[in-house]
Design a protein around this ligand. Structure first.
Ligand code: SF4
Length: 344
């Protein structure tokens, strides 16, 4: 049995239930780093190249916190996780693509990094016709699991069985999200801790769509507790992660062109969907400082929100973001929503 470390950052928020189930079914122990703290952030800033975006710095901090506790660090090379149909090529951003190399080069004394590539758009290795055929996503994920299990000394049969179980749990996770649970709530429902997170509200005063990268929306340290601030203000939060792929693809099909990056596309499609909904009172976009893709996403959403008359609040996060600054901006935004409502 090995101890496998999963950093509580980046893809954790959408894929933790899958990988936790997979490793545990194989008989390994999963060690997750704690939610982000000042010490984790400081360590990440110290270890990472200066021009990295804040989420990548935080990821380094989480890896550093796991190094002495585990036998392996799980850092898959995320290339693509979604068939993007006719809407163009879509991958994770370049920083995700090179993440395992970055981690390996930064932490030279670290335990082995399990960097299984995940590329749902992989072609069949021997295309049967002249036209390249893509393998089925489930087949690709199963093969990735077999490769991961092999690194840990598990057999193909064991890894396939663990994959089946992980896929079932992932499906339950997606169902919870589509029922309106945010990822941290859904994770706590699947693996109940002592004090589970809940953002339930009886009679919310407003409904806001909070869009952006999951690792910016759900990392309470880096966004200085934005979701809690909104919850205390009696505001219900919707995010792109509570929308099904079908809805996101529908939004994609209505755009003349999509961007290349998976998480940026999800934020854009989710925001455009919510901008059309009467029950959504406004859009909050959490942007990450030094993120190249976000400079385009933010401008696009600002233009679309103005065109559709939807109140829009961008909040940029970096290592110096302070709670009072975010709280003041949120409170001013909510005051403006009240003014608009009362004027009607
Ligand atoms: S999408 Fe932006 S914030 Fe996310 S890892 Fe890439 S550069 Fe960083």
């Amino acid at each position: 049995m090995a101890k496998v470390g999963i950093p509580h950052a980046l893809a954790y928020y959408l894929y933790y239930p899958f990988w936790k189930t997979f490793f545990e079914k194989l008989g390994h122990e999963v060690v997750v780093s704690t939610p982000t703290t000042r010490a984790i952030l400081d360590r990440g800033v110290e270890e990472t190249v200066n021009d990295a975006c804040i989420p990548i710095k935080i990821y380094h901090g989480h890896v550093a916190s796991l190094i002495d506790q585990v036998d392996y660090i799980f850092c898959p090379r995320l290339i693509s996780v979604r068939r993007h149909g006719d809407f163009g090529t879509e991958t994770f951003c370049p920083k995700f693509l090179g993440l395992p190399d970055l981690i390996r080069l930064t932490f030279t004394g670290a335990p082995p990094i399990i960097d299984t590539p995940i590329d749902i758009n992989q072609l069949e290795s021997k295309p049967k016709s002249k036209k390249d055929k893509k393998r089925k996503p489930a087949e690709i994920m199963e093969a990735a699991c077999v490769e991961t299990g092999d690194r840990l000394g598990n057999s193909i049969t064991q890894s396939r069985a663990a994959y089946q179980k992980a896929a079932q749990v992932h499906q339950r996770f997606l169902t919870l999200l589509e029922q309106g649970k945010l990822p941290p709530e859904a994770i706590d429902i699947l693996f109940p801790p002592e004090n589970p997170i809940s953002y339930e509200l009886e009679n919310p005063e407003f409904n806001l769509a909070v869009v952006g990268y999951p690792y910016a929306i759900y990392d309470h340290y880096i966004n200085v507790g934005l979701l809690n601030i909104l919850h205390k203000e009696n505001i219900k939060v919707y995010t792109q992660d509570t929308l099904s792929d079908k809805i996101l693809n529908q939004e994609a099909s209505e755009l003349p062109k999509s961007m290349f990056w998976y998480f940026s596309n999800r934020a854009v499609y989710g925001a455009l969907y919510y901008m059309k909904k009467g029950y959504i009172d406004g859009i909050v976009h959490i942007t990450a400082f030094a993120c190249g893709p976000d400079s385009m996403v933010d401008r696009l959403l600002e233009i679309e929100a103005r065109r559709r008359g939807k109140p829009y609040l961008p909040i940029s996060i970096d290592e110096h973001t302070g709670e009072s600054g975010v709280r003041t901006r949120v409170e001013a935004f909510v005051d403006m929503l009240r003014y608009r409502r009362d004027k009607k």
